[in-house]
Design a protein around this ligand. Structure first.
Ligand SMILES: [Zn+2]
Length: 143
């Protein structure tokens, strides 16, 4: 796999909530029932944590904290938890990408924790995603 066949590399060329010289943040674009489900990834095609540059390694925590703060401020229902999940296991995406999933207080108990991936329900819809993306863009700022 390389940047031509990697899903994350392809999405990097599309809609963006945040981007700097190292990192990009997008909203999950495939159908999903949770508003604010974000994907944080390095711009470079990196498959293992120890493949990162020292600068990528040292800035990850800073940008992740900025995103979580923006999610807590921007969502219509503030999350009770924000999950951080790194699998990069999909056949079309071995590119490191962290799923930042704002689990609302009202989320069914049966679909919390690792069961979040099985959450049933309708897609939150592009209009809601675009609205929250605008609010997130206002809040994720480079200091
Ligand atoms: Zn990639």
């Amino acid at each position: 796999m390389d940047s031509r066949t990697c899903l994350a590399c392809q999405v990097n060329a599309g809609g963006i909530i945040y981007r700097d010289s190292l990192w990009q943040v997008d909203h999950r674009v495939d159908p999903g029932p949770i508003l604010g489900w974000l994907v944080l990834k390095p711009l470079r095609h990196v498959e293992f944590l120890d493949d990162r540059t020292p600068e990528e390694a040292s800035t990850l925590g800073v940008i992740a904290a900025r995103i979580v703060g923006a999610l807590r401020a921007a969502l219509p229902e503030p999350p009770e938890k924000v999950y951080h999940v790194l699998l990069a296991e999909a056949a079309d995406c071995s590119h490191l990408h962290w799923l930042l999933v704002p689990r609302p207080k009202s989320h069914p108990v049966a679909f919390r924790g690792p069961r979040i991936f099985g959450t049933p329900g309708p897609d939150v819809g592009l209009a809601a995603i675009e609205a929250v993306a605008d609010r997130l863009r206002e809040r994720i700022r480079v200091p």
